[in-house]
Ligand binder design. Structure first.
Ligand SMILES: N[C@@H](CCC(=O)N[C@@H](CS)C(=O)NCC(=O)O)C(=O)O
Length: 306
């Protein structure tokens, strides 16, 4: 039985990046479904307040952000590698573009087409997540022509990239760059007819999406959220490994708050037990799950003394 547990919901594009990587690596995993909006009562004891999707758990260790979840899957299961060409640096640089610009362009256009069919609670939740007032659906929909034109420009960058007939973005083998750039298009394709039609002028992208979807999502087995909490309670966190602290901190043993830099207000507080160039591991105590280690990337997160 695998110990890899993914906390996610079906419609989450970022979760689908990880599900596709689990398929690529042919892995078995446990699937805990979490709500799409707050509250997420069975996630909070594990995450310490981090509300984003997905979160990965193995026993009493919890990984946040697809950056670090992908890196942990690569560490545990190095073949097939996520970095077949250009190494980790190129894949990560492309991932930052995909998670930022490309994801923003696809969600902008997609919501502008379907805002009147989305539950108002969804927009209220996402606005609250960013400390903003929710925009009325009419306002979101009125921006459709501009947002679709923006997406068209962005999408054609990828369409042109694949024009020499390469099967995957960096050559013959799929890797992290593909999964990172795939998930925003996957979302577009399943967000109603108008959104799927946006891909019609892009046959190269459509063929590439099919090649990635053919890899599947590994072998998930459903798990109750309470069972995942029990699994954390029953386990001890694993040795967090060697640290490579830098002069600017954080320091081992320090109590810190970890906050996503893109305005999601909930900080997670704990004691630093390991710090490396792109990872900080904090220890937390929680009445429901006992001692857990939460792993965060450092790109995109602000770590401050608490
Ligand atoms: N940088 C994060 C972004 C994750 C993200 O924004 N996920 C969306 C869902 S696709 C989310 O968390 N939405 C709010 C929620 O699920 O509560 C990552 O790579 O994991």
């Amino acid at each position: 039985m695998t110990d890899l547990i993914l906390h996610h919901y079906d419609g989450s594009p970022f979760a689908h990046k990880i599900r596709a990587i689990l398929g690529f690596k042919g892995l078995a995993w446990r699937s805990v479904k979490i709500p799409m909006i707050m509250p997420k009562p069975d996630l909070m004891p594990l995450s310490g307040g981090y509300r984003r999707t997905p979160v990965m758990q193995a026993g009493a260790d919890i990984w946040h952000d697809t950056q670090l979840i992908a890196a942990e899957l690569e560490r545990r299961h190095p073949a097939p590698t996520l970095y077949p060409q250009g190494g980790e640096g190129l894949a990560h640089a492309l991932t930052f573009w995909a998670d930022g610009e490309l994801f923003g362009a696809t969600t902008g256009a997609a919501f502008a087409h379907i805002a009147d069919r989305m539950p108002p609670e969804f927009f209220a939740d996402r606005a609250a997540m960013r400390g903003q007032e929710p925009a009325p659906p009419e306002k979101i929909m009125a921006a459709a022509p501009r947002l679709v034109a923006e997406l068209d420009r962005t999408m054609h960058l990828v369409e042109g990239w694949l024009a020499d007939g390469r099967p995957f973005l960096l050559g013959d083998a799929a890797g992290l760059a593909d999964f990172s750039i795939f998930h925003p298009f996957w979302m577009l394709n399943r967000a109603g007819r108008k959104n799927a039609a946006l891909l019609e002028p892009c046959p190269n992208i459509r063929g590439w999406l099919e090649r990635i979807e053919a890899m599947g999502t590994g072998s998930p087995a459903g798990m109750d959220s309470k069972e995942a909490l029990d699994a954390a309670k029953a386990a001890d966190p694993v040795d967090p490994g060697e640290s490579e602290p830098d002069a600017a901190g954080p320091a081992l043993g320090q109590t810190v708050s970890v906050l996503a830099a893109d305005k999601v207000p909930e900080a997670v507080i704990g004691e630093v037990v390991a710090v490396r160039r792109n990872e900080v591991v904090i220890r937390r105590e929680d009445a429901r799950v006992g001692t857990v280690h939460n792993h965060f990337p450092r790109f995109g997160y602000i770590v401050r003394p608490a």
